[in-house]
Ligand binder design. Structure first.
Ligand SMILES: NC(=O)c1ccc[n+]([C@@H]2O[C@H](COP(=O)([O-])OP(=O)(O)OC[C@H]3O[C@@H](n4cnc5c(N)ncnc54)[C@H](O)[C@@H]3O)[C@@H](O)[C@H]2O)c1
Length: 345
């Protein structure tokens, strides 16, 4: 088991990697706790949950909406949860985003913690304190940054994860490696088969490396005024793909990472060899899908992305495996690249 502390302004969040998730009972208050989960996780693991009221969401992105927050808050009032209450999320990125936002706004903020049950949320979503819901067609438009008290990442939970969900998490793992950890990239390169077979020991070390890197970034820039932007590698195009094609988050990010890698190559930031290694890795996990978004659609989607400020965008490039570079560039330059990319197809 590895324990990683994330220190942000006046707060310490503990991430337990390789811990048995049922040890969560020892981390939560004895009363005034509610559990937020989704129907799939509840069906698989609900009988082993600590004995508290369970609010179970419909699985999937559609539950990340303001209406759900309102409904849950009403249920919390009914359950007698006051400012001393605790929200425990047991689920993937959707559950953690909803539960984290609920805890942040309920009575102006109550305590919360997560048992993270997907690879994507273990390697990425549950570290860093970002939470939120979608609004209209825009992802994560309403949300806060607020650290959970703890996160448990138990790789045993990943054994029941559908393959596509698992691969979606592998994409976020690859993202971390590309932007910040060359050794992690090499570890993934050498262990494709073991990763595919969900080797528990290896997963603990991969998740720990990813969480350590994200924790370091978040501790330096909790509110995304600079460094934290590198975590958005692949997300400018990725969010557009996610909104347009409703594919899983990691697959959309993978498509975005492929584009960002080719764009980095075109700008001369990486050589042919590194471009090939990144693309090969995405292919070896079957993360590359055909991108058939037309230019005018892409323009609308990219302009819609909330990370755009005025006519410029903070675009994340790779400057070699393990190194990222954020550049504020005109949206037109991003779209120009996309047009050239499509013309070559
Ligand atoms: N807050 C952040 O920093 C951050 C970062 C990255 C992504 N996200 C968000 O995370 C969300 C995606 O998260 P996700 O990929 O975990 O999706 P998810 O929460 O929808 O889970 C994926 C599916 O797996 C099922 N599932 C969960 N755990 C399971 C288990 N152990 N066994 C079997 N099935 C299980 C769920 O019911 C669901 O159907 C997106 O909304 C994305 O925006 C947030």
């Amino acid at each position: 088991m590895e324990k990683i502390s994330i220190n942000t302004t006046g707060f310490n969040s503990e991430i337990f990697i390789g811990e048995n998730w049922e040890a969560v009972s020892g981390l939560i208050p004895e009363n005034k706790t509610v559990i937020v989960t989704d129907d799939n996780v509840n069906q698989l693991y609900g009988v082993r949950f600590p004995k508290f009221p369970i609010f179970s969401l419909s699985p999937g992105e559609a539950s990340k909406k303001l209406g759900v927050i309102g409904t849950l808050a009403e249920k919390m009032i009914e359950a007698g949860i006051d400012r001393s209450g605790f929200v425990l999320a047991i689920g993937g990125g959707v559950v953690c985003d909803v539960a984290g936002f609920l805890a942040a706004v309920y009575m102006r903020g109550i305590r919360c913690g997560y048992v993270s049950s997907t690879l994507l949320s273990q390697v990425d979503a549950s570290t860093g304190g970002k939470n939120g819901v979608n609004l209209g067609g825009t992802k994560n438009m309403l949300g806060t940054i607020r650290q959970p008290e703890f996160v448990i990442c138990d790789p045993a939970l990943l054994l029941t994860l559908p393959q596509q969900e698992y691969l979606s998490g592998v994409a976020e793992l690859i993202k971390t490696a590309i932007i910040g950890d060359k050794e992690l990239f090499e570890l993934i390169e050498r262990n494709v088969d073991k990763i595919m077979s969900r080797n528990q020991e290896l997963l603990i070390s991969l998740i720990a490396k990813s969480v350590k890197f994200k924790g370091l970034v978040v501790s330096k820039d909790e509110y995304e005024t600079g460094l934290r932007r590198i975590l958005n590698f692949g997300h400018t195009f990725g969010h557009a793909v996610e909104m347009q094609k409703s594919v899983k988050h990691g697959f959309a990010v993978a498509a975005g990472m492929k584009l960002a890698t080719d764009f980095s190559f075109e700008k001369g930031y990486i050589g042919q060899d590194e471009k090939a290694r990144i693309n090969d890795m995405l292919k070896s996990f079957k993360l590359i899908d055909r991108l058939d978004i037309k230019e005018d659609q892409m323009e609308k989607l990219v302009l819609h992305d909330k990370k755009k400020t005025g006519t410029d965008i903070h675009f994340v490039f790779t400057q070699g495996i393990g190194k990222a570079l954020v550049e504020k560039i005109p949206v037109g330059e991003v779209l120009g690249f996309y047009k050239r990319y499509r013309d070559k197809k």
